[in-house]
Design a protein around this ligand. Structure first.
Ligand code: FES
Length: 520
């Protein structure tokens, strides 16, 4: 019998016994599957399952690790857990665990339940995050909030892996659904206990894949492109939560790739009330794009990929405490500067670049002449190190990071370009450019436009909408004609499947270049 000793933040957190040669990722997953981060379910491609081998007998580095890890990580014995086989007692430190506690925040604003108040719960079920609010739907204000990680992340930080897991193994499908139900119930119970409020209903919005996983049905359809433009039944086969017995329902998505989060986000942004043409972008693993033009709502979705959430990127991290969210380049001094999410005590708490920071790095490397528009380094290097002087922190950018980023941004840029072309709208016609989602909140608009992630549009027309999906869900809770409001919006919808738009591939290739979006 061997023992694996696990450390997190200088604290011993587990001793895991194992009998023979064992895969480190599997051992950690069995101990506490919420801690080890993975977007590829152990295939060695996402670079998320970082650990440091402090002691013990471990297998040699694999070619996946040589691809994903930089020289300094290798020198510090940092490994990808999924690539390590242990054959003796070992001690490891978790380097990139899912920071469940860091994000698991429940806030209750000071309030006294009033006689005429009525409470309901709005839920925005995202692939990465789960956001909830306790909503006084008579007085129309939020009295409590919750933000946490989607606990299904162990089954893959990306949608595809989770859908595949649920489709191929029914038990995993049930577990994923229950994980969400349990998290919602835990938060709701805490609110009830804290304020002794009576909650009349829970309303859930989300992208189609998340709703299908919650309903635990039709996940196999979402793996087939033929169904992406079809409506998918995501109605829940349970009508209440298990313990609290509060009625629960999900707002049905429009199509396989157009979720109800987008639909209600458009309600919150009042996109269809815009004067002239308006574009709405909700960045995420799947970036959803809506264009309002002449009484028609053009909707599409592109695989932004998990790159905007830091997955697959050498120094990538989700937008959480300790992430570098902003990077700037000072042409006068030639220095790079960074800004962080949260307040840290010392630099050892810096975790890496989140999506907006990565976007800034690309724009800054271009501006400094170290990167060419085609994504090649100016010098014949395979990686580049930049120092964020104010943070005393060095970031390594590898060629493959740039490739992943280029593909994600090209998909988004081409999606925007094609939607505008189909509706015959030019970027100059846009009276509003609405950006939703947490990625959008940190985005440097100028940098995003320079590298082609956002269309050219006067800055006074750009609106940061925050979590429009949760706000839209709250609006529906207060609405007297919920179904009518949704149906009216759906009647204006034109779903665009970009894979069937003739020159989308061409637009994708054109937009691989790090330059303003090419519209044609
Ligand atoms: S889980 Fe190890 S690289 Fe993805």
């Amino acid at each position: 019998m061997f023992i694996l000793s696990v450390t997190l933040n200088n604290r011993h957190i587990a001793s895991i016994p194992f009998t023979s040669r064992s895969n480190l990722f599997n051992l950690l997953a069995v101990y506490d599957h919420t801690r080890i981060r993975s977007a590829c379910q152990g295939r060695g491609t996402c670079g998320q399952c970082l650990v440091r081998i402090d002691q013990g007998g471990a297998s040699e580095l694999t070619h996946y690790e040589y691809e994903r890890l930089n020289a300094s990580q290798i020198a510090r014995d940092i490994r990808l857990a999924c690539q390590v086989t242990l054959f003796d007692h070992a001690s490891v430190t978790l380097i990139n665990p899912l920071a469940i506690e860091a994000l698991d925040t429940i806030s209750i604003h000071p309030f006294m339940p009033s006689a005429n108040a009525r409470y309901a719960v709005a839920v925005d079920l995202g692939s990465t995050q789960l956001r909830m609010s306790l909503w006084d739907y008579v007085n129309q204000h939020r009295v409590a909030g919750y933000c946490g990680f989607n606990p299904q992340a162990y089954y893959g930080t990306d949608i595809l892996n989770r859908l595949t897991a649920a489709t191929t193994d029914k038990t995993k499908g049930s577990v994923m659904s229950e994980l969400i139900q349990d998290t919602i119930e835990r938060v709701v119970t805490e609110w009830i206990n804290a304020k002794n409020v009576h909650i009349t209903e829970i309303l859930i919005v989300g992208n189609t894949a998340m709703l299908a996983l919650l309903a635990n049905k039709h996940t196999e359809q979402l793996l087939q492109p033929a169904y992406w433009t079809h409506s998918i039944d995501c109605s829940l086969n349970f009508s209440t939560l298990r313990q609290t017995q509060i009625p629960v329902a999900a707002v049905q998505p429009v199509a396989g790739f157009v979720g109800s989060d987008l639909l209600v986000g458009l309600l919150a942004a009042r996109l269809t009330q815009s004067p002239g043409s308006a574009l709405f972008i909700d960045f995420g693993t799947n970036t959803e794009i809506a264009l309002w033009h002449q009484d028609k709502l053009w909707l599409t979705s592109v695989p932004g990929g998990p790159a905007f959430e830091g997955c697959g990127i050498s120094y990538g991290i989700a937008a959480e405490q300790g992430a570098i969210s902003h990077v700037n380049y000072d042409a006068g001094t030639g220095e790079f500067h960074g800004a962080l999410i949260g307040t840290l005590i010392d630099t050892s708490e810096i975790k890496g670049l989140c999506g907006s920071g990565l976007c800034d790095v690309m724009a800054c490397l271009l501006a400094s002449g170290q990167l060419k528009k085609n994504g090649r380094f100016a010098k014949a290097d395979s990686e580049l190190e930049i120092e964020l002087v104010n943070l005393h922190y060095r970031v390594t950018v590898k060629k493959q990071d740039i490739d992943i980023f280029q593909r994600a941004k090209a998909a988004t840029g081409a999606g925007i370009a094609k939607l505008l072309a189909l509706a015959e709208v030019s970027s100059a016609d846009l009276t509003r450019l609405c950006i939703a989602g947490s990625f959008g909140q940190f985005l440097n608009i100028q940098h995003a436009q320079a590298i082609g992630l956002l269309p050219d549009c006067a800055h006074e027309r750009v609106e940061l909408c925050g979590n429009a999906a949760l706000m839209g869900c709250e609006q529906l809770l207060s609405s007297h004609n919920r179904d009518e409001q949704l149906n009216e919006l759906k009647r204006k919808v034109e779903v665009v499947n970009l894979s069937q738009v003739i020159d989308y591939e061409e637009a994708f290739v054109d937009n691989l270049y790090l330059q303003p979006i090419l519209l044609n």
